[in-house]
Structure formats: structure tokens, C-alpha cells
Design a protein. Structure first.
Length: 134
């Protein structure tokens, strides 16, 4: 079973959770946690019932996701994805516009090499959901 973590708890996260839940157990995927901004966990729990919501990256990593889907923002890519890649966790980046920043892209590539992890760039929202379910 693939353990998935989500960065973000808004509309995109709700869509991903709904799609994976509708796929059922045969998808081979389970969501282990969603990372919310500090102070926003209660609102996140209301939007994502049944999902373990955490506010600290270390708590998120402790849930041991095999892959993390960033479904938050370009700022979330810059803040969290490099740290996850360096820890050996593959990351699906939805906010691919963040990678237009050449310095950030270089940092993420370096982190992926160091952690022997991958940056996954889906072709659109449906591609992102398909990539998580695969």
C-alpha cells in the first residue's frame, strides 16, 4: 500500500481525498496525513474529515509517507518540498509554476539527488490524481 501525504488542506486537497476515497481500497493508496499551516488545523479537520492533520513538518514526516502531493501553493513548494526530497520522500508538485524560479528548481534537483528521491510533475489535475493512484 502506498502511503500518501498532502501538503495543503484546501479545495485541491479535498478533490484528491474524494478521488482516492472513491477509488476505494483497490487503489492501493492511503492518505497518512495532511500538512496544514500553523493555526489552521481545526479548519483543515472540518474540510478533510478522517484525515490526520498536522501543523509541523517533522510530525508530517513521522507519518512516513512514501510520496507527498503538494496541493497548496508555490510558497509551499519553496518551504517544504526541498526538505522532503532531501529526506528521501518523492514529491508530486501540483504548483509547477514555482519551478519557474531557476534557483528553487536547482535547489530541489540537488535535494532530490541527495535524498535519492524524485520530483513528479503531473500534466494537469487529473494527471496528478492518476499519478497518486498508480
Amino acid at each position: 500500500m502506498t502511503a500518501i501525504g498532502l501538503i495543503g488542506c484546501g479545495g485541491m486537497a479535498q478533490d484528491v481525498v474524494a478521488a482516492l476515497r472513491s477509488a476505494g481500497a483497490e487503489s492501493g493508496v492511503r492518505i497518512v496525513a495532511a500538512l496544514a499551516r500553523p493555526g489552521r488545523s481545526e479548519a483543515a479537520r472540518a474540510k478533510l474529515p478522517g484525515i490526520d492533520i498536522v501543523e509541523a513538518l517533522d510530525d508530517f514526516i513521522a507519518r512516513k509517507p512514501n510520496i507527498v502531493a503538494e496541493v497548496a501553493s508555490q510558497a509551499a513548494v519553496a518551504e517544504h518540498v526541498g526538505l522532503l526530497l532531501a529526506r528521501g520522500i518523492d514529491c508530486l508538485v501540483i504548483s509547477i509554476g514555482a519551478l519557474a524560479d531557476a534557483a528553487l528548481l536547482a535547489k530541489l534537483k540537488s535535494a532530490a539527488r541527495a535524498g535519492k528521491s524524485r520530483i513528479v510533475l503531473p500534466a494537469g489535475a487529473i494527471g496528478g490524481i492518476d499519478a497518486l493512484a498508480a
